[in-house]
Structures are given as structure tokens and as C-alpha cells.
Design a protein around this ligand. Structure first.
Ligand SMILES: Nc1ncnc2c1ncn2[C@@H]1O[C@H](COP(=O)(O)OP(=O)(O)OP(=O)(O)O)[C@@H](O)[C@H]1O
Ligand SMILES: [Mg+2]
Length: 261
């Protein structure tokens, strides 16, 4: 049904982490969810402990759909119940082809349209860099989440994101939510950054909802290092189970504020 994306022109701000959390949450609610990695790093796979799947097989990259060497089902990689990922190999090369051959662009649009009829949600995980593929996928997104790091570089990333939309003539009203990430009760800088972000968002993306900030939490990095998602029902051996449960509870509260239907 809907296409949902996380985007920001700044790297390492939590785009893949947030989309991974949100997608897995919906999958546990019996929704059928697909995440397309528009990032050649395919870092979304690591979040689900599925990095071995990136190069395990060479004939199921997204690009093979466009050359007709693979069908829609061939490139889906199941990482959890109801949750599928698609990996990309070289989006810059693909973007060059998209620029040179208009028919390829139509093909991409049709592929995404078909996936939206099979899945309840199609998520797209973007890299911070951009190319023609990113532009097309952003245009196709019904709900764009801009993830912003709560420090001065993060705020710069928000500004660059707005500028990028304006330069490329991408509709800013596609930005439905802003996700401030890296909040800490004990530090002043994230609080100041959050205030500035709220006022900038009111100026540039007045229809977007600024969500309550995600806390900076070491358990997020620790779980990712183990390839465990916060919505996996597992008993932790190395880390405090209470920290995982607290994160899960807070995320569910946050997700109740989101409507992507
Ligand atoms: N709230 C948080 N608290 C602690 N660590 C976090 C938090 N959010 C994200 N991280 C960590 O920050 C790192 C970068 O996150 P992530 O990969 O999601 O960012 P990204 O924006 O997708 O990066 P890229 O631009 O490279 O795609 C990861 O190690 C992740 O575990
Ligand atoms: Mg990422």
C-alpha cells in the first residue's frame, strides 16, 4: 500500500536503525513488510544479523529485476517472519542507466507499484549520498521520515536535506515526520539542537510532525553488533534484558504516534 522512506543528507544519523525498528514492529503486527535497500552498503541487513546474505548469492540483487534476469519474487530475502529485504549492488551505475534510458525509469516505477500490491508496506532505506535512483524513489514515497542527529552537524544535515529537495524539485510535503535522534537528558547540546530543529521544521516543513526524540542508548549499538533486533523475542546473554525491554516499550509508544496507512 504505502511507500515509506527514511532520508537525510547526513550519514550515520540513524536512518537504517529507525527504519529497521519500524519495519520489524509492523512485521510483528502481522503486516507484510518489504525493505528495499537503496544503499549499496546494504547496512539494513546487519541490523537483522543477515550480512551473510549480502554476498551469499550473486543473482538476486535489485538490479537484476531491471535486466529481466530475475523476477519480483527472486530478489526477496526473508529475514524475519513477514519481513523481507532487497539488496542493491551498484546504485550509481543503475542511476546512470536511468538517466540515459527513460524506459528504465518507467520499469522502476512499475516494479515498486507491483510490490506495493503484494506488501502492506514497502520501506526504502536511503544512503546519505544521492543519485537518480534516490530521486525517483523519493518521488514515489508516500511518507518520508527525515532522521536528524541532535548536534550541530546533524542540524546541518537537516538543512542540506531541505536544500536538496528544493534543488531537485522534489515535493517537500512528502516529508511527513522528522525523527530527532541522539537525545540525552544529561547534556545541553542535544536539547538546544532539538529547539533549533523544531523551529527550522516549523519554517521549512510546516506539515511534518516532529516526533519526540529518540534517546542516545548504548543497547542500540550492542544489539546491532549481535544482529539482534529489539523486536526479536530472545533472552540476552551478554546485555541487560531490562534495557532492551525499555527500548522496545519506548519505541512502541513512539510508533503509536505514526500513521502510514
Ligand atoms: N539512538 C541511538 N543511540 C545509540 N546509537 C545509535 C542510535 N541510533 C543509531 N545508533 C547507532 O549509530 C550508528 C549509525 O546508525 P545507522 O546505521 O542507522 O545510521 P544511518 O543514518 O543509516 O547511516 P548511513 O548514512 O551510513 O546509512 C549505528 O552504529 C547505530 O547502532
Ligand atoms: Mg543507513
Amino acid at each position: 500500500m504505502s511507500v515509506v522512506s527514511t532520508f537525510c543528507k547526513k550519514g550515520g544519523v540513524g536512518k537504517s536503525t529507525f527504519i529497521g525498528f519500524l519495519a520489524h514492529y509492523y512485521a510483528t503486527q502481522d503486516k507484510k513488510v518489504l525493505i528495499i535497500s537503496a544503499d549499496d552498503q546494504n547496512s539494513i541487513f546487519k541490523i537483522f544479523g543477515a550480512d551473510d546474505k549480502i554476498f551469499e548469492s550473486q543473482d538476486n540483487f535489485f538490479e537484476y529485476l531491471l535486466t529481466g534476469q530475475a523476477d519480483l519474487g527472486d530478489v526477496l530475502i526473508e529475514v524475519r517472519e513477514n519481513l523481507y529485504l532487497i539488496k542493491t549492488l551498484n546504485t550509481d551505475q543503475l542511476s546512470t542507466r536511468l538517466t540515459l534510458e527513460r524506459s528504465q525509469e518507467k520499469l522502476i516505477r512499475n516494479i515498486i507499484k507491483e510490490y506495493t500490491s503484494y506488501f502492506d508496506y514497502v520501506f526504502v532505506d536511503f544512503p546519505p549520498s544521492s543519485n537518480r535512483l534516490s530521486e525517483i524513489l523519493l518521488e514515489l514515497s508516500d511518507h518520508i521520515f527525515v532522521v536528524v542527529g541532535l548536534d550541530s552537524l546533524g542540524l546541518g544535515g537537516f538543512f542540506n536535506t531541505i536544500q536538496y529537495f528544493i534543488d531537485r524539485d522534489i515535493d517537500l510535503s512528502g516529508i511527513k515526520y522528522i525523527v530527532p535522534n541522539g537525545y540525552s537528558k544529561n547534556r545541553r547540546a542535544p536539547k538546544i539542537s532539538l529547539d533549533i530543529l523544531q523551529s527550522q521544521a516549523a519554517d521549512f516543513t510546516k506539515d511534518a510532525v516532529v516526533l519526540p526524540p529518540l534517546q542516545e542508548r548504548s543497547i542500540i549499538k550492542n544489539l546491532q553488533a549481535e544482529g539482534i533486533s529489539v523486536f526479536d523475542d530472545v533472552v540476552l546473554e551478554r546485555y541487560d534484558q531490562g534495557l532492551k525491554e525499555a527500548l522496545k516499550k519506548d519505541l512502541i509508544e513512539l510508533f503509536k504516534l505514526i500513521n502510514i496507512d
